[in-house]
Write a protein that binds this ligand. Structure first.
Ligand code: DX5
Ligand code: ZN
Length: 219
């Protein structure tokens, strides 16, 4: 079954705890948390103290997407804050293999995100160590951007490679421009975890937004 991960980047920051509770109530599977440092991406959000503050509002896993340089500096605080999975950007890590293993050694699920221009081949020697690959379907930094259609081929190629390696349990998550239409495209290509910010938090009926995503991804 497809995992639906609302991105709180599009939630009301003044009421983040309630927004997270609301996402759970309306059928979300994970809470997607975008941490940006204003350097790796041209936008700034929040850090581990905010993650800790919203932790009591839901039992759902916290799927933390780090759009920061030197992400390892945040790992210990994120564990304390209640993160369940941490995804780092391949482009932001000088020693990606070491960084992935540092996440695993803390007992968390490890993911790597790839920007639209980054080839899948950067994962050749870490793919077997990952629980999740995050294919960015927009350039990271902002919610509400348009899906990049060329990413469908990238998702398909990754799904084929995971199958070839006998690792079909590794999640392929997509992030950016996901809505009722693009959910079908990425699911057909092989994605099984959908992040959606604007589509869910901007929707007048969040239950229906989440069920539409689920239904569109049914293949
Ligand atoms: C973008 C973030 C996304 C963002 C997606 O850099 O990683 O998680 O919230 O927003 P939408 O779904 O609105 O494109
Ligand atoms: Zn994200």
């Amino acid at each position: 079954m497809t995992i639906i991960a609302p991105s709180i980047l599009s939630a009301d920051f003044a009421r983040l705890g309630e927004e997270v509770r609301d996402a759970e109530k309306h059928g979300a599977d994970w809470i997607h948390i975008d941490i940006m440092d204003g350097q790796y991406v041209p936008n700034l959000t929040f850090g581990p103290p905010i993650v800790a503050a919203i932790r009591p509002y839901t039992k759902l896993p916290f799927d933390v997407h780090l759009m920061v340089h030197s992400p390892e500096n945040l790992f210990a605080d994120l564990v304390k804050a209640g993160a369940d999975r941490i995804t780092v950007h391949a482009e932001a890590c000088v020693h990606l293999h070491r960084t992935v293993h540092a996440i695993r050694e803390l007992g968390l699920k490890a993911g790597v995100a790839l920007n639209p221009h980054t080839p899948l081949s950067v994962l050749d020697y870490v793919l077997d160590d990952l629980d999740l690959v995050l294919i960015m379907t927009v350039n990271p930094g902002f919610g509400g951007q348009s899906f990049i259609p060329a990413m469908q081929g990238k998702i398909r190629a990754l799904r084929d490679e995971l199958d070839r390696r006998g690792r079909s349990g590794t999640h392929i998550e997509v992030d950016g421009g996901i809505n009722g239409e693009t959910a079908a495209l990425v699911a057909q290509a092989g994605a099984n975890a959908l992040v959606a910010g604007n589509y869910i938090f901007g929707h007048p009926d969040r239950s229906s937004a989440i069920s539409t995503l689920r239904a569109s991804a049914q293949i």
